[in-house]
Design a protein around this ligand. Structure first.
Ligand code: FES
Ligand SMILES: [Fe+2]
Length: 335
């Protein structure tokens, strides 16, 4: 698998970080440690101590630094070792006591990390995610073996919802109209978005909460290579789901699903939080069955996907963008 490196990757949602414990993350085959120091500065370095090479994520946050739990060496957010407790006071810290650190960027209460060519970081943007700044959100992570392209497409695949999710959100999401659906696709070199209508098929109580209008507007988006969005505009409410996914290593994928709800409260009341988390976990569990299964069956039988439905316009456009960008990545890697 060729890793697509020259993009900002979401290293963590900032609510994953606490004041004591560093957070280990594996992204594109690298073991990283993310930590927030006492001043609130977030650093990302390789996850090892340069003394005896144990994971630095086994250590703890000590004021402005991260400290290794083995012999207490302390590092700053740039990866420089700033204190060696057993070193005599008149001896300087050798220059080799330094870890590789990674560029970070703060946006949407997410810490983004740059793993690729440092010169390209400044000129590479992020998807627009305005809801992340003000809406309450819940998140869940999953690690599994699947085809990255299928994972990337799964949230914007309009046709699976009434089947895969028929026992969870299939009804209140609304039925897809039969026949040719107009997806109103807009696209750029590495993104696509669109809008379509679903029939409001909710139960009486769901309609009481979400609204009685006959149609539900669904927006969707995909930003190569790691973000998909589904935005369901019920007559009275909106629910937005983002999924971030990336290869952990040669085999496994990490996916983070973030669900947001428009709400007058900045923070969700505990019951609403519990309810949303339960719903979103259920949705992912339903998807994972098919995402993992498809890879297994393809590997076992050698068959490729058969895309023949003319109304599968989104899948065709998505595939075109995916292939064009992974091809461009291969060309750059070959240079
Ligand atoms: S291994 Fe980290 S301080 Fe010794
Ligand atoms: Fe799904």
């Amino acid at each position: 698998m060729e890793f697509i490196e020259n993009r900002w990757y979401p290293a963590c949602l900032n609510e994953e970080l606490d004041r004591q414990n560093p957070l280990p993350k594996k992204i594109l085959g690298r073991d990283l440690v993310v930590f927030r120091n006492a001043s609130g500065r977030i650093g990302i370095t390789e996850d090892r101590c340069c003394h005896r090479n144990v994971n630095l994520s086994l250590g703890y946050i000590d004021g402005e630094h991260i400290r290794c739990s083995y012999h207490g060496w302390a590092y700053n957010t740039e990866g420089a070792c700033v204190e060696i407790p057993s070193l005599p006071a008149d001896k300087p810290i050798p220059a080799v006591c330094r870890l590789r650190s990674y560029q970070t960027r703060q946006q949407y209460n997410i810490t983004w990390v740059w793993i690729g060519d440092e010169a390209l970081a400044g000129s590479t943007g992020l998807p627009s995610m305005p809801e992340m700044d003000t809406w309450p959100r819940v998140y869940n992570y999953h690690i599994f073996e699947a085809d990255l392209k299928l994972v990337a497409e799964s949230l914007i695949d309009a046709y699976h919802i009434n089947h895969v999710h028929r026992n969870s959100i299939g009804t209140f999401m609304g039925n897809l109209y039969a026949g040719q659906v107009d997806f109103n696709i807009r696209k750029g070199p590495d993104w696509l978005s669109g809008t379509y209508l679903r029939e409001n098929a909710g139960t009486f109580f769901e309609k009481l909460y979400f609204g009685f209008q006959p149609q539900i507007t669904t927006h969707f988006g995909f930003w190569f290579p790691h973000t998909s969005k589904l935005d369901i505009a019920f007559p009275k409410r909106r629910m937005v789901i983002y999924e971030f996914y990336y290869p952990l290593d040669e085999k496994r994928i990490s996916m983070c699903q973030v669900t947001l709800w428009d709400n007058i409260f900045r923070t969700l009341p505990p019951f609403a939080r519990w309810f949303m988390l339960r719903k979103s976990l259920r949705i992912v569990e339903e998807d994972l069955v098919f995402l993992e299964n498809s890879k297994k069956v393809k590997e076992a039988t050698g068959h490729n996907d058969l895309l023949v439905t003319p109304s599968d316009e989104v899948t065709f456009e998505f595939t075109r963008i995916w292939n064009a960008n992974t091809k461009a990545n291969e060309d750059t890697a070959a240079e």
